[in-house]
Design a protein around this ligand. Sequence first.
Ligand code: EZ4
Ligand code: CO
Length: 404
Amino acid sequence: MKIVDVKVVVTRPGRNFVTLKLTTDDGLTGLGDATLNGRELAVVSYLRDHIAPLLIGLDPHRIEDTWQYLYRGAYWRRGPVTMAAIAAVDVALWDIKGKVAGLPLYQLLGGASRDRLLAYGHASGQDTPELLDSVRARLAEGYRAIRIQTGVPGLKAVYGVHTKGAGSAPVPHQQARPRVEDWDTRSYLSHMPGVFETVRHEFGPELPLLHDAHHRLTPLQAAQLGKDLEPYRLFWLEDCTPAENQDALRLVRQHTTTPLAIGEVFNTIHDYQTLLTDQLIDYVRSAVTHFGGVTPLRKLFDLAAVHQIKSAVHGPEDISPVGMAAALHLDLAIHNFGIQEYSGHSPLAGEVFQHAYTFTDGHLHPGEAPGIGVDMDESLAETYPYERAYLPVNRLHDGTVHDW
Ligand code: EZ4
Ligand code: CO
């Protein structure tokens, strides 16, 4: 079998998605997600201009070899653009292999290790009453674990605020420049413990609660927040410090028993090396889409398992249904599954990408369709053309740029 066609589809059913479609001489097709929020066209060019010519004529069954060929063969390694492009190829090849076998991808990865996958949803509000309403809305949708994000007195912006019709993930801004948000770490640190106290008081001690600090704290600030939140027994504190410095987590770890999750902006296993071997975190957060695909993420999870660290695949709306499906197959197969982030997609995205996976009673399942179980309606996709969009940027009160 040979790859005979490589197509990159860019579509915006509510938001931008980049999808790779490979076709074999047997007429089989495979899909892979290559969406890099706010920098989409860089990956499109990487795939169309540099990778597509290399794939024509290759045997689609050689997944590991193709991965190494694209990763090592480029000489220039790592980084979100490269790894999103390689991820799309990897997932599309797994999709094809599943279709050849007539099996859902999770069966090729060793079969199911559980019956269903616990998901967490996003609750957020400008103030605490609005946040409590948002938690109630998620509970009504069936969620059994919830991420809490809230406004801080004195600040206009709320990270992760729910936007009607667009889901709860941050909505890219269709303007010449990114939206500017404001930030003040001291106000945030003094406000958050009271928010969790109110949420626990309202919803009791059992509901798993998560919180994302979105890389905004110093190690000492993160250590303090982790200690202050201990009474509320968080499921985890996510991305408490900027992700590049693995040693930052050592200081946080020494001071708090609040579980730590990190890694949605990581691209390779090397970004995690100290974090895993020194057991500085509890959950690894990389997405199939930004980590080079199912093949390397499986290796990361296996290394994490040695250190009693669990999976928690990144699953915001900017991971397409194709990337989400791939994640769910891997989640079902590995032993050290932790939780899966899931905020769903707009109905439009659901029409363009029809998927076999399901969300029921707060749990996901990848379904039984061969491969990853997603079909793309290409003619519908064409009716939603790409529009440039940016994630927001963050500035302190004095105008200094801060991590978003
Ligand atoms: O802000 O995916 O845990 N989830 C997150 C996300 C990220 C977006 C960035 O594109 O932090 O909502
Ligand atoms: Co996050």
